[in-house]
Write a protein that binds this ligand. Structure first.
Ligand SMILES: *Cc1c(COP(=O)(O)O)cnc(C)c1O
Length: 374
């Protein structure tokens, strides 16, 4: 990324622009357009709403944790009529609740359903294919808008196959680029909704951007250096192969959970079908502040654990295992947590790290130690 900024109206830029716009389609698994904004993920969330909806439209937002709350706030602030479906923060969006809400909407008043795929505050994922299946079975025409900010390029995701209308992402999680890029992957249905959507928008408007993107350009100054980074990230993902990237994240999620169970601590996500492969949130025992543990780990081992967010503040900490991450980094991370638990006097059992190593390198593949003296 540390390269000279090129003329963003010149031929060299057009090549870069086309390369990253095309490359991102493979990551979203879509044959449709992908919009790239110079923005954080939250900007791309707002963009998905203002491009497809009109003032006062009814929108169903599923409560899954802190980040679904951000969606609720954004949707309310831009003038949508939000119905926030309560959730317990230990599960993904409930298919039964979706069925109940849309099933009792014969007038088709809901214009969009918003779901966070990987709720980064809890480590619970929502089953998008299943939710889409329900919408199709009910023949409900609402748009499906999905936040894949902390799951894209970590956890299997299929924009076209799951018939998602807008998938939202940001650059700084699984895409391994510093913060500063926001993404919208857009379905045909979302594009046609865009033609009649009346929420005010200017900077976020897809049409202007799509027009320029055809030739590899942007209507305003793009984040050129971030796009260099994105091009490199796409090469890295391509080199490893997406299925291998997903498998690596799955293994790291499983190994982390093996450690947490061995410590005798509770994983925040309570539904095994919904375990996140990009991060794991862990409860500290009653009476032991998770932020104190995080502080001790930071001071002693120079490692930042994720804070408990919203109503999990002080009660849980989060272990990230996403992006440019390997077995040894995970082993180091879990060692830091285990040493921190000792230092902080948090009641736990020893052996979490060993349980994780056994998962990463199963005993059956270990060779016998060479006899002494040979
Ligand atoms: C990080 C994150 C966001 C917010 O993205 P910003 O880049 O901080 O604006 C929203 N949703 C989810 C699921 C996230 O993980």
């Amino acid at each position: 990324m540390d390269r000279p900024v090129i003329d963003h109206r010149g031929p060299e830029f057009a090549k870069l622009g086309k390369e990253v716009l095309e490359g991102m389609r493979a990551i979203f698994r879509t044959s449709g357009p992908v919009i790239i904004y110079p923005s954080s993920g939250t900007g791309a969330c707002e963009a998905s709403l203002v491009n497809t909806l009109s003032p006062g439209d009814r929108v169903l937002v599923f409560e899954t944790g802190h980040f679904s709350g951000i969606w609720r706030q954004a949707a309310e602030r831009v003038g949508l009529n939000v119905e926030y479906v309560p959730g317990n923060w230990r599960r993904g969006a409930s298919p039964a609740d979706l069925e109940a809400r849309l099933g009792s909407d014969p007038q088709r008043t809901f214009k969009a359903v918003v779901v966070v795929h990987n709720e980064t505050s809890t480590g619970a994922t929502s089953r998008i294919a299943e939710l889409r299946h329900i919408m199709n079975r009910l023949r409900h025409p609402a748009l499906l808008i999905v936040d894949a900010i902390s799951s894209l390029a970590c956890i299997d995701y299929r924009h076209d196959e799951w018939e998602v209308d807008v998938t939202v992402c940001g650059s700084q999680k699984g895409l391994m680029v510093p913060p500063g890029l926001g993404f919208n992957a857009v379905s045909e249905k979302a594009l046609s909704a865009n033609k009649t959507a009346k929420l005010p928008r200017s900077y976020w408007d897809w049409q202007e951007i799509l027009k320029h993107n055809q030739a590899g350009f942007f209507p305003y100054t793009p984040a050129t250096n971030h796009l260099y980074g994105l091009r490199e990230a796409l090469l890295m993902l391509h080199e490893e192969g997406l299925p291998n990237v997903f498998r690596r994240h799955d293994r790291h999620g499983e190994a982390t959970r093996a450690a947490v169970r061995a410590w005798g601590l509770a994983i925040v996500c309570e539904e095994p079908l919904e375990y996140s492969s990009s991060m794991t949130a862990v409860f500290t025992p009653e009476g032991h502040n998770a932020d104190r543990l995080r502080e001790i780990v930071l001071e002693n081992f120079d490692m930042s654990l994720g804070a408990g967010l919203g109503k999990l503040a002080g009660k849980a900490f989060r272990i990230g295992h996403l992006g440019s991450f390997n077995d040894l980094m995970l082993a180091g991370t879990l060692s830091g947590v285990e040493m921190g638990l000792r230092f902080a006097g948090v009641p736990h059992r020893d052996g979490g790290v060993m349980a994780a190593l056994d998962h990463l390198v199963p005993a059956s593949t270990k060779s016998e130690p060479a006899p002494v003296g040979r």
